[in-house]
Write a protein that binds this ligand. Sequence first.
Ligand SMILES: Nc1ncnc2c1ncn2[C@@H]1O[C@H](COP(=O)(O)OP(=O)(O)OP(=O)(O)O)[C@@H](O)[C@H]1O
Length: 253
Amino acid sequence: MIEVKNIRKSFQGREVLKGIDTTFMPGQTNLIIGQSGSGKTVMLKSIVGIHDVDSGSILFNGLEVSKMKFNERQKLRQEIGMVFQGGALFDSITVADNIRFPMDMFTKLSRKEKQIQVDRCIEMVELKDAHDLFPSEISGGMQKRVAIARAISLGPKYLFCDEPNSGLDPMTSIVIDKLIQRITYDLKITTVINTHDMNSVMEIGEKILFLHQGEKCWEGNSSEILNVDNEELNRFVFASDILKKVKEVESRG
Ligand SMILES: Nc1ncnc2c1ncn2[C@@H]1O[C@H](COP(=O)(O)OP(=O)(O)OP(=O)(O)O)[C@@H](O)[C@H]1O
């Protein structure tokens, strides 16, 4: 579980996170949504410790990050898996080497043990016959699978994904969303995903936090989101005509 309590963050005197409170539970897909510039990435980076917040607190399984000792922070860092926007794979090494990389960096596992874990991760993301290929030799969807496999290679308790569907077609996006959801269930991890993709919201939005101009404007889930009396949320959700039609059909019964 991750608890976020009243976090604030400014850059050059401009506040971009304005006192956000929320809780992300394990074993479910938690989404942070909002328009471009609403503060999603800053929030994600603040939670994982890439940005220091100005005030407020962040707790991982009840332990406040700012009060952790050096070794506790190091341990937490290894419990966090990240899927970056665009994948951020190393182009000059193979798929298997990309997935092994965090183990080479952070563990003393033997070559054989690493190999077993690489195979396990490749199986979890259903990437067959790609071990020895280079990122440039596989599709965008497969590259995302590699990025996910690498993010779970250390057996994380927490998984953060920043726009995991960027650059993918709608069908592949849904496959990747479902894959992240299945991994979340199977590994019982706390997963937080930044997105502005309404398909993802409707498919896997078990907990949704809607940010607007750095503030928490609404939170709920995908079965509630089409019927909320909130002007900013509605503007975001119904930017796509298709969801307006879904709502019309629903309200006709
Ligand atoms: N390092 C930084 N220095 C200064 N301002 C920043 C920095 N990082 C983010 N910001 C500002 O904070 C605000 C929120 O940015 P953020 O990247 O969190 O938005 P976002 O909701 O993730 O947008 P997008 O969907 O386009 O990725 C923006 O106005 C951005 O310019």
